[in-house]
Structures are given as C-alpha cells and as structure tokens.
Design a binder for this molecule. Sequence first.
Ligand code: EPZ
Length: 423
Amino acid sequence: MDSYKLLITGGIPLVGETYVSGGKNTSVAVISATLLCDEPCVLENLPDIEDVHVLIDILTGLGAKVDYQPEAKRMTVDPRNVNTFRVPYRQTQRMRASYYMLGALLGRFGQAEVGYPGGCSIGARPVDQHLKAFRAIGAEVKDRGAKITAKGKMVGGSVVFDRITVGGTINAMLAAARAEGNTTLYNAAREPHVVDLANFLNSMGCRVKGAGTDTIRITGAKKLHGSVYTVIPDQIETGTLMIAAAATRGDVVIRGCIPTHMESLTAKLLEMGVAVSDMDDAIRVRTVRGHRAVNIKTQEYPGFPTDLQQPMSAMLTRASGDSVVIETIFESRFKHLMEMRRMGAQVQILDQTAIIQGVPELYGAPVTATDLRAGAALVIAGLMANGVTEIYEPGYIERGYEHIEEKLRALGADIRREPLEDI
Ligand code: EPZ
C-alpha cells in the first residue's frame, strides 16, 4: 500500500513544452545486456525510474560494479567481477523484466538460475517462448515454478516463435549474442526497443542483423568490447503525453521524441480530429475541435501499442460517439475502465473488447491504480474530469514515468501528492 495518493483537479488544458525521457523498456534490456560485455560500458539517457533502480540492485548483487548518476542520466556498468549466475526470487519479483537475467547470464556463463519475474496484473504472462528459444540455442532448461534454471553451451540455432513476443525476442538475442554459432529468430518482435538493443549489442562488437523486421540473424561474438551508448526516447511516454495533451484539449510540444515511432497513435488522434504535427525530434498536439469516437485494436509494433490502449481509452470516454477497443495482446487490461465508471464513464466490457459510449463530462472521484499504464490512464481521466480525483496506489506510475508529476505541473496541471492519513 503506497503511503500517499495523487490529487488532481481537472478541467485545465495542458499548454506549453515538455520532453521525453529515455525509454523504460529499452533501458531494462540494454542494462541487462551489459552483463555480456568483457569491459565496462557507459549508458546515457537512462530514465530515473523504479525499474532502473531494481536492475541496479540485481546487477550489484551479481557482483557487477555499477556507478549510476541519475541527474546525468548516466550509468557505468563494469561486469568483470560478476561472480554468480543466481538471481534470487525476492529480487526478480520486483520487476517483470528481471527475466532478461536468464538470457544475459546464459549468454555470458552458459548457466543461469533466476527467480520467476513479477510484473503487472494484466494477464498470465507466461515465458514458454523464452524457454523454447534458450533450448534451441543450446540450453537445458528447467521451469521449477518459483525459479528457472538453464545450463549449456550456447551453440546457436533456429527459433520460430509461436507468437510474437517482445521479451522472448530480447531474451533470445541476449542468449545468442556470444554463442559459438549463428542464431536466426523467426516471427520476431519489431518494437523500437528490439532495434535499440540490437544497436547496443553491435556497438559492443556483436553482429545482429534484421532487427526491426520479423527475422533477426545473430552471429555469436567471442569477445565484446566496452561501449558508450545512448538509449532511445520512450515511445510509450511520448504517446501518454500526446494523449494527455489532446484529452485536456490543450496545446503541447513534446521534445526529444522520435515521431516515426508514434505513427499508429498519430493516425488515430488525427482520425479523432486532433491536430498533430511532426517535427524532427518533436511532436505538437493541439485540439481544434471536439473529438470523434474511434475504434482501436491493439497489435504488435508497428500496430497500435497495447501500452497506449489504457491511456487512449481514458480519452475515448469523452469522445462524441461510441468507440470499440479490442485488446489482443493481454487478457486483462481493462481494469482502469472499471475504475473510471466511478467518474461517470459509460463502458461495457466483454472479454477482450470494451465498448465506450462517449459522455459530455467526467467528474472527479476516488480511483485505484492496478498497474503502470492503468495508473497513467487514471491520471489522464483526472486531468479531463471536473472536480478533484484521488488516485490510490500511484506508486505503479513511478515505475515507468520519470518525473511525470513535475512534467504535468509544468504544463499547467493541478496535480499533487497527499500523504495517506492513518487508516
Ligand atoms: C513487453 O512485455 C513490455 N515490457 C510490456 O510493457 C508490453 O506491453 C509488451 O512487451 C508488449 O509490447 C517490457 O518490455 C519490460 P510479450 P513482455 O512477451 O515482453 C504472451 C509496460 O507497461 N507470451 O510481447 O512480457 C504474453 O502473455 C509493459 O511497459 C506468451 O504467451 O510482452 C502476452 O499475452 C506492460 N509466452 C503476449 O505474448 C511467452 O513466452 C505479448 O507478450 C511470452 C509472451
């Protein structure tokens, strides 16, 4: 239970300029990949978020030397003294992406024993495809319920994923990076952070080709030299800020982003009647009139991202008309909409489909965040609503959004923390 709640007084259009931090989902992959290196690596543009702090604890626990300067967004990792291949359950439970330790330790030592990952309550989130990939590359893998053990010389191989999986693709790249032979991943994920990881691995001397397509070829490298690498901006934070600007009928310029990563969201916002203009490394979002209802179907990149479904569906609660939202990636990612019913949202949910009937206004109410992006969605609903919204369990939001309250306040939002009185 968090010790504070967020209070938002809504109805204020967001106006001004803001910036995007380094990507959460790329950072957790790139930080894990430093374990593969034979020399220290320097990572730039890292976001100062909970998930990065958890990974620092895990790497330090393995014996790596980590020098982290959050204000400089820089981290130096020296993996040369890593002296164990075990990551305890109490650590892996703190973060979903802790499963990348399997691929990184297998890739470096040919051995890994990692507790089962934690993560958001958005679905079952099995790791069968990760284990399938490790076996194809040369590991003997045992799934023992609370932990996974994997052992074997990484010799390379061919992996055909039964379904597109970002984590499975990344974990296979980590395990294959120093394999004796070549590895080909078919039906691979194409997300921007898969490409970012490939670029980082190549900057250390790996040979990864095809990242960003559905077939990735990896030639194992014997030795990896140190690298200074800047991670890409966060695609999902960019999208969350774009939606917040549009949902509050504001006018915001978001700097330090990559507009081409945002195509699917930009197209949907334009369809709603929002004015979106791309610049080199910035996007301006303005509302010029009311928002039309639109239909959303989440898909793997470059389709509409599942991580933006929750923030977008918050905005759709006040669009004119009925919107249909189909969530194809995770089985239970509509909890935020159930919370928004208390704010006046009209929503019917049937399995993976939500039908949102637009209402003229939302009104402030007490709501509870159940996962990271649900928290972001509730913040957007609070910014839209008339009156005061209290968001309980806001700690989820800190996991993936760096300084988000400060960024929103700088755009005019009335958002603050209030300690929870003893209950
Ligand atoms: C990554 O999760 C992201 N997390 C998620 O972001 C994101 O929603 C997801 O990719 C999809 O883009 C990180 O990068 C740390 P998947 P991941 O493997 O890798 C099923 C956020 O809010 N599946 O692509 O766990 C799985 O259950 C988080 O930042 C299997 O069945 O996602 C899901 O239904 C939330 N077997 C679907 O595939 C497997 O072995 C996609 O999962 C692996 C996955």
